[in-house]
Ligand binder design. Sequence first.
Ligand SMILES: [Zn+2]
Length: 470
Amino acid sequence: MTYRTIVGLEIHVELSTKTKAFCSCENKYGGEPNTRVCPVCLGMPGALPVLNKEVVEYAAMAGKAFHCTIHEKSVFERKNYFYPDLVKGYQLTQNEHALCNDGYVEIGEDPKKKIGIHQIQIEEDTGKAIHSDERDSLLNYNRCGVPLIEIVSDPDMASGEEAKEFLENIKSTLRYLDISDCKMEEGSMRCDVNINIVNEETGERSAIAEIKNLNSFRAVGRAIDYEVERQKALMEKGEKEIRTTRRWDDVSQETVLMREKYTENDYRFVPEGDLPPLYVSEDWLKAIVDKMPELPGDKKDRFIKEYGLPAYDAGVLTSSRDLALFFEETSKDFPDKNMLSNWIMGEVLRRVDLEEGFDLPFEGKDLVDLLTMVKEGKINNNAGKKVLRAMFEKGEKPQDLVQEMGLVQMQDTSAMEEFVDQVLAENPESVEQIRAGKDRVLGFLVGQVMKKSKGKANPQVVNQLLREKI
Ligand SMILES: [Zn+2]
């Protein structure tokens, strides 16, 4: 039997505007409970919402970045539901007439695959209920009224891997635009998965499962993989299910039934009478687009073309805007782009948590100076790595560290020759093995010479000397 997997995502992203969506309360994560609230976001009778212009600009930027149509007119509606974390009894959202429709995101390489974006709508976040013990629940309304965009994809993804890549793309784009920090663990990016499978031979479809409570991209990938297997097993046994809402359990690594959906939720959407329709003029939209930076996809393509980098490298280097900027700045003064890219991707990135931003304790020029010393043979590759580690620890200049650590490479061949002769005399067996064709043993001898020179010999020269003498 062959099955096809159908995955669609609904992604909620908190926008990092200065104030909330419909009032002037500060929009910030955390803080003392119920300190960032006012009559509007607490839903007091008679308090009227006023739409924050910055929210519209951010949402329009997201729409443009994902190739959507930005509608001149969109409408806010009330989505009615009754939960204690939403004091008004309804959420302000867009539904039938959202700001953005019909876009796409590209994933993969050669060929790229387009994942459709059905809609991007503006809405407000709810507060948080904290269930402290069996009897009490506490409510924190600081998050109430925080602006969100909901990004609804088309069901175009065919695996957990594709869903993860789609999410990575959304996240890096929104971070480039600087409109959200997209932290899943803090809830500023949240994702629900809709998934079912089709038997390609019989055309039979499984019931759609909606999976909630996914707190990392990895969890999204795993939940999809798990659900595919679960639905296949049911179908093979001939068991039918109705549409369900499930939750991902990170501990047991499985999806767990929350509820069965006999009918669609009736949210009784009604147009919001306290907010006029939203109009975005052509001029305003143009001004918004003019403010947008080059986006990761375009930047990646340009890095491949302009610097001759492999697609993978270009993808890594453009995954964060600050990182890409750092590469572009340093590459101006360092001609070997591949060497630069390898050092940044390896030695630099292993010490940086990109989630927290690309922040280094030294300047781009310092890295260029260090790599120039390596390139010119003033220090060898390993010494370069040691110096870089020290630059991270102490933030000192590479030239000073090289002196301080005594790593200046020997330029004097006769001194190296002396070490080579010693090592050859001490290792007659290895010499025999190399003569018998075991070339790998040469590396061992190079290592011995490097040890004697305290890492200061030039390994290429040592290699050459050893070959000459054997
Ligand atoms: Zn407020």
